[in-house]
Design a protein around this ligand. Structure first.
Ligand SMILES: Nc1ncnc2c1ncn2[C@@H]1O[C@H](COP(=O)(O)OP(=O)(O)OP(=O)(O)O)[C@@H](O)[C@H]1O
Length: 251
């Protein structure tokens, strides 16, 4: 069953066409990596699909009212600076807000989801710390935890692995993969092609104003498509530990 359906979506920003006629569906169980060069339109596509910026065409999320959308999708934007000194556990608990009648204290089941999200992102020792006093990567993890606490069928994140150390990059990708394995779905923009190759079930490559390729990682991360989209040569190998994919040089 589809959790996101985008049909002929076109985005124009300040009279400049950014995307034209983009169509795709995301189903339960998919972990979709959104790839593309700087300026290809990854952020614009996700924001338009969420109904946050004007677009023509249609997106199943953009037509929902705010409450329905908050029950359907959790969104982690690219900018992740936390300005207020709110404790990490309260920041993560904000993910439960759409599910609570106004003014209600957090019921035990909701608190359990908050605790699980904090643990999943390795933040147990930071629970009481003011979120504004976390490092950049720790703030990113706290915002991913807030999105996880929202407990939605779809999670969308704009470069969630940016600024994370290698261990947390891998564990964060594993969290998204486990959401997909549980029957939810994730759409995540990425610049790390190695992480995309290893963890995503499907890749959408944006370039030249539209979808250049959409398929399994091995179908998208081909030398030809990487040369066309990014102007790079690449090296890849299938190993017992999974695929290894490494950009080599600018062509
Ligand atoms: N508010 C805006 N007004 C005008 N043009 C914009 C605006 N926001 C983005 N753009 C332009 O739209 C294009 C797509 O930007 P977008 O941020 O969607 O790309 P992206 O693929 O997410 O890039 P990156 O990998 O650098 O994050 C770029 O050329 C950008 O300069």
């Amino acid at each position: 069953m589809s959790v996101l359906s985008v049909r002929n979506l076109s985005v124009t920003l300040r009279d400049r066409p950014v995307l034209r006629d983009v169509s795709f569906e995301i189903g339960k169980g998919e972990f979709v990596g959104l790839l593309g060069p700087n300026g290809a339109g990854k952020t614009s596509l996700m924001r338009a699909a969420l109904g946050l910026i004007p677009a023509t065409g249609s997106s199943s999320l953009a037509t929902m009212n705010a409450s329905e959308r908050a029950h359907t999708v959790a969104w982690m934007p690219q900018s992740r600076e936390i300005a207020w000194p709110i404790p990490v556990e309260r920041l993560v608990a904000l993910g439960r807000l759409p599910h609570l009648p106004q003014g209600r204290r957090l019921p035990a089941a909701d608190q359990a989801l908050v605790d699980q999200a904090i643990s999943r992102m390795g933040l147990d020792s930071f629970r009481k710390r003011a979120a504004s006093r976390l490092s950049g990567g720790e703030q990113a993890r706290a915002l991913i935890a807030r999105a996880l606490a929202q407990d939605t069928p779809l999670l969308m994140a704009d470069e969630p692995s940016a600024g994370l150390d290698p261990s947390h990059q891998i564990s964060t990708m594993e969290v998204f993969a486990s959401l997909a394995a549980e029957g939810r779905a994730a759409l995540v923009s990425l610049h790390d092609l190695g992480l995309a190759a290893r963890h995503c079930t499907r890749l959408i490559l944006l370039a030249e104003g539209g979808i250049m390729a959409d398929g399994r990682p091995a179908e998208v991360l081909t030398p030809d498509l990487m040369a066309r989209a990014f102007g790079i040569s690449v090296w890849h190998e299938t190993t017992a530990q999974g695929p290894i994919f490494q950009p080599l040089e600018v062509l």
